[in-house]
Write a protein that binds this ligand. Structure first.
Ligand code: ADP
Ligand code: GLC
Length: 474
């Protein structure tokens, strides 16, 4: 099975969110179970030079907007699989990875370059695995090319939805310039008078997947379909939900080099050292008996920050610590700064993106807050489980699939989850968690339930492999 995974971001080359964790880990996991998987991703200004092991292709010549364009391709295996990084400074050497008016063009170019590269590499791959709207272009192109170009005749596409909220919309008049001149192709993109790269992927790919079973159901409902729920419903026979895995080489308290002390479910005592370290790093007074609530997130409405705003006063009132790491919308960043100013001995805030701190918080916090409005999968709740940090989540998407309420009678359950998007429901679970925290035996039980769970990529990769097989048999 030869698989090419395409993604707009991938760890360790680039990252703005969970997509990068997934794209970096999946090809490696696929190789471990015998697939011949490679990764193709852009080379950004932010991609560290140490990861660009060598130049694979000096002059990848392609036509763009009617004229010849030369891109360079770097090669690396820094993520554990063969990786080709498309270097085209005009498109990818920018101050940030996303956020430009012409993002649709940047990623249409990426898709085009990736297909030219795959052809240049030689034998056709069996599966091109595309991720999110940034890769919708290649789904449409391959659906078209397979009729014209014998090279692509037997290649099939899998399109994975990581977040329906971002759709890559642009003016339909641009399609011609981007290389989609046929009516067949244009129809795939057409969406309410615009073109949508997400729709292109959903409509043209041979197989669809999303990052949790629950989210697979949710995007078929109007509330979470962003106008495309009908299309997901129409193609639901081709849709499966595969929950993301965790890369335990990166997220493992037994080996994590960032931590002040390593620990495991067998001996959890190091976690107390990590808690002390966390409080010290945030210049908070060290009282190890008070609970620490951790938050690591992109600061967007998706993450339910408004619920955190509403309960923060109660958390401070009960004497707990709040430690938050996040970057994103200004109003949310300002909120956390204000909160810190109002309770400087209980609240620690870092505005920005910082990987080491994310690990420090996962290890040092007692509970992790994720009251998302929607959450396709969510990775931090799974990282929290392994670090013995008890997640308090809203029952949506992957959060609902991975977190089960702790039940005192049976002793089962790995966290706390609530349904209604309200501060009241959230607080109810927070109090339940705080009561459990006060009983060391119950608390240890919840921690161990979570720490011993296996959410490794192995399981998820097997499911993808089965999905690829199924796709080729269509
Ligand atoms: P999403 O992809 O929607 O942001 P996920 O839970 O799937 O949500 O993944 C988020 C990933 O990004 C996790 O690996 C998390 O640790 C990381 N992350 C989010 N915000 C920050 C930040 N400010 N600093 C460091 N890492 C962050
Ligand atoms: C998206 C989703 C997140 C998911 C990640 C990786 O960013 O918001 O829930 O975990 O993709 O699939």
């Amino acid at each position: 099975m030869r698989v090419a995974v395409l993604s707009s971001e991938a760890v360790p080359y680039s990252k703005t969110g969970g997509l990068a964790d997934v794209a970096g880990a999946l090809p490696k996991a696929l190789r471990e179970i015998g697939a011949d998987a490679l990764l193709i991703t852009p080379c950004y200004l932010q991609t560290k030079g140490e990861y660009l092991w060598k130049t694979a292709i000096e002059d990848l010549v392609l036509r763009w907007r009617g004229v010849p364009y030369k891109a360079k391709v770097f090669y690396s295996e820094a993520n554990g699989s063969p990786t080709f990084l498309i270097d085209a400074p005009e498109f990818f050497h920018r101050d940030s990875i996303y956020g430009y008016r012409e993002d649709y063009e940047r990623f249409a170019f990426f898709n085009h370059a990736a297909l030219v590269l795959l052809k240049r590499l030689g034998d056709p791959v069996d599966i091109v695995h595309l991720n999110d709207w940034h890769c919708g272009f290649a789904a449409v192109k391959l659906a078209h090319l397979r009729f014209w170009d014998p090279f692509w005749q037997n290649t099939r596409t899998v399109f994975s939805i990581h977040n329906m909220a971002y759709q890559g919309g642009f003016g339909a008049g641009e399609l011609w310039e981007l290389g989609f001149g046929s009516k067949f192709e244009q129809d795939h993109f057409a969406f309410n008078g615009f073109a949508s790269a997400m729709k292109g992927g959903l409509s043209a790919a041979d197989m669809l997947s999303t990052v949790s079973p629950r989210y697979g159901y949710e995007i078929q409902q109007p509330e979470n379909g962003y106008g495309l729920d009908w299309l997901v419903r129409a193609r639901s026979g081709r849709l499966s939900g595969i929950t993301n895995g965790v890369d335990y080489e990166v997220w493992n308290p037994e080996t994590d080099p960032v931590l002040a002390a390593n620990y495991s479910f067998r001996d959890i005592s190091g976690k107390r050292t990590c808690k002390r370290d966390l409080l010290e790093k945030f210049a908070l007074p060290v009282d190890l008996d008070r609970p620490v609530f951790g938050i690591v997130t992109r600061l967007t409405a998706q993450k339910g920050i408004e619920l955190i705003q509403q309960v923060a006063g109660d958390l401070v009132g009960m004497g707990a610590y709040i430690v938050a790491l996040g970057s994103g919308e200004n109003s949310y960043e300002e909120f956390f700064q204000r909160l810190r100013n109002a309770a400087p001995s209980q609240v620690g805030v870092f505005s920005g993106y910082n990987e080491d701190l994310a690990h420090t918080i996962e290890a040092g916090a007692d509970m992790f807050l994720m009251p998302s409005k929607f959450e396709p999968c969510g990775l931090n709740q799974m990282y929290s489980l392994r670090y013995g940090t008890v997640p308090i989540v809203r029952a949506v998407g992957g959060l609902d699939d991975t977190i089960t309420n702790f039940d005192r009678v049976t002793g089962q359950g790995n966290g706390f989850k609530f349904g209604e998007f309200s501060a009241h429901s959230f607080l109810e679970k927070i109090y339940e968690a705080v009561f459990a925290y006060a009983e060391p035996e119950a608390w240890r039980r919840i921690q161990i339930n979570g720490m011993t769970e296996d959410n490794s990529w192995q399981n998820a990769a097997r499911k993808y492999l089965a999905l690829y097989d199924h796709t080729l048999a269509l």
